[in-house]
Design a protein around this ligand. Structure first.
Ligand SMILES: Nc1ncnc2c1ncn2[C@@H]1O[C@H](COP(=O)(O)OP(=O)(O)OP(=O)(O)O)[C@@H](O)[C@H]1O
Ligand SMILES: [Mg+2]
Length: 215
């Protein structure tokens, strides 16, 4: 399966989710490739620090790929790997568009503070044009980096706003702002590998993982 974690907004947790999902998928015994399409290279840095980690975690293969060639390359690589997870940077880019055309599923993390109609409108449009080439593409918005002191309104509001968009679905999972995500990222780990573990972070990632790869 090819899964894109992407979107036009910066800092929404795309790399955090892409790296956690990739590591978790590797731990489940799958042959996984993480493709970093962002010139910042944070997913690639994460994979690198993972290789250097004293904890000796299982390797997550990662390559960087920029430009239009991503489309053909990802299609070709999909024959060699069980799963491909693409981390696409926080802006409307050639890579984001190419990734939408090759992906089975797209997850778009959005912070509640950035949950505006304009962003969703643009993403809905991008998904729509990608579906012209890739009719089976499905796209979910996942509300990310939500305060751990939540008002229930945040997801409710999101649900109501999303009802107006034909192509975007709302993930059942809400990812909260937790130190564990930052700690894991620094060490090249996923939240499941932290010691001590933050069970709530692990649960969230587990639910997202199930939603994407389960059944
Ligand atoms: N759920 C979370 N809880 C706590 N910190 C988080 C969470 N998600 C992301 N962060 C932190 O926020 C920062 C931005 O996250 P991340 O790099 O994953 O976002 P991004 O969407 O990939 O950003 P960019 O658009 O720059 O690629 C990082 O320092 C990361 O550790
Ligand atoms: Mg990123």
């Amino acid at each position: 399966m090819i899964v894109l974690i992407g979107g036009e907004k910066g800092g929404t947790g795309k790399t955090t989710l892409a790296t956690n999902l990739a590591a978790k998928r590797v731990l489940a015994g799958r042959d996984v490739l993480l493709i970093d399409t962002d010139a910042q290279g944070s997913a690639n840095d994460w994979a690198q620090s993972r290789e250097e980690s004293d904890a000796k975690p299982a390797r997550v293969a990662c390559i960087q790929k920029f430009g239009k060639g991503l489309q053909a390359e990802a299609q070709d690589l999909a024959k060699r790997y069980d799963d491909i997870i693409i981390d696409a940077g926080g802006r409307d880019s050639v890579e984001l568009r190419a990734a939408l055309v090759v992906s089975d599923k797209a997850y778009i993390p959005i912070q509640p503070s950035q949950f505006d109609i304009w962003t969703l409108d643009r993403m809905d449009e991008l998904v729509g044009s990608a579906q012209g080439f890739n009719p089976d593409l499905r796209a979910w918005v996942v509300i990310s980096r939500v305060s751990t002191n939540p008002s229930v309104h945040e997801s409710q509001e999101a649900r109501e706003i999303l009802a107006d968009f034909s192509r975007l679905e709302l993930s059942a999972v809400v990812v909260r702002d937790r130190i564990a995500y930052r700690k894991a990222a620094r060490g090249g780990l996923c939240v499941d590998e932290l010691k001590p573990k933050d069970p709530k972070a692990s649960e969230e990632v587990g639910l997202l993982y199930e939603e994407i790869f389960g059944g």
